[in-house]
Design a protein around this ligand. Structure first.
Ligand code: MG
Length: 275
């Protein structure tokens, strides 16, 4: 009888332990399912300039070129953003597409245009939403200076930051711009944002004082100011160099310890860093 009782209580005890383990397991599974996605942005220097378009003949600044930058494993995909006359943010490199000036056109007019693969010129919202379906490739958001007025440039900066915040895309986005007023506006609106300056006419010290995250300069500028690599590093600024399309320059920049290289040849740079 004693043996049977002990056996009975042991069985209960084993059964309870199993249930507790099962509950703990379920709790862990549910926590991992509900928690934030792990930070898995790629740690390589490759930024695809206007997406990765060249080898596949895709249009620049398209969803397709973003998808390819993601697929081949670029750390970032760069894109250019303008604002239509009626306030919609759309991607295009130049001020116009096929003669239609984006800043003077309505979104309705812009949406009639087609890229070579049949896509419409993506809106910044569409591009960000697509980019946010993954978390390996960052979205390098170039805010284009307005050709209409400085005030319109500031309005554009406001809209860009508002869009990024409304989508919760902050984690994916680094901003870049040639326009110092736009850069300062973004820094003020989102002090945690990574903002880099493109225009090449400010020293690392000046950029640091203005609150920039980094410099993103033409390779010619960096060749003329080779001391800026060390200066920027000492100040803790991120260093990105554009637009670098040959192996020799890529190798030189990697030797200088740059963080990012913006290139039309992301496959070439990916191959180079894998050697
Ligand atoms: Mg650009």
């Amino acid at each position: 009888m004693t043996y049977n009782c002990n056996h009975f209580f042991k069985s209960i005890s084993y059964s309870m332990n199993a249930q507790i383990l099962l509950l703990l397991g379920l709790l862990l599974v549910s926590l991992s399912a509900c928690g934030p996605a792990p930070e898995t942005f790629l740690n390589n220097p490759v930024i695809a300039h206007r997406g990765a378009w060249k080898t596949e003949g895709l249009p620049q600044n398209s969803i397709a070129s973003l998808q390819r930058a993601i697929d081949i494993g670029c750390a970032g995909s760069e894109f250019d953003v303008w604002m239509t006359a009626d306030g919609v943010l759309v991607l295009n490199h130049d001020a116009d597409y096929e003669g239609l000036v984006i800043e003077s056109a309505t979104f309705e007019e812009v949406s009639q245009l087609r890229l070579s693969n049949g896509e419409r010129l993506p809106t910044a919202e569409e591009y960000l939403r697509k980019g946010m379906t993954q978390n390996r490739t960052k979205l390098i958001f170039e805010v284009k200076p307005s050709k209409v007025s400085t005030d319109r440039g500031i309005e554009l900066a406001d809209k860009c930051v508002e869009l990024v915040k409304s989508l919760g895309a902050e984690k994916w986005v680094d901003y870049i711009t040639f326009d110092h007023d736009i850069g300062l506006q973004i820094i003020e609106l989102d002090p945690d944002a990574n903002v880099a300056y493109l225009n090449g006419d400010k020293s690392p010290q000046e950029l640091k004082e203005a609150g920039y995250f980094g410099l993103d300069y033409n390779i010619r500028v960096m060749k003329e100011n080779p001391n800026w690599f060390e200066e920027a590093r000492e100040l803790g600024l991120n260093i990105n160099v554009w637009t670098v399309n040959n192996r020799e320059d890529m190798e030189w920049l990697l030797e200088q310890g740059v963080d990012y290289i913006t290139t039309d040849e992301p496959e070439m740079l990916l191959e180079l860093i894998q050697k």
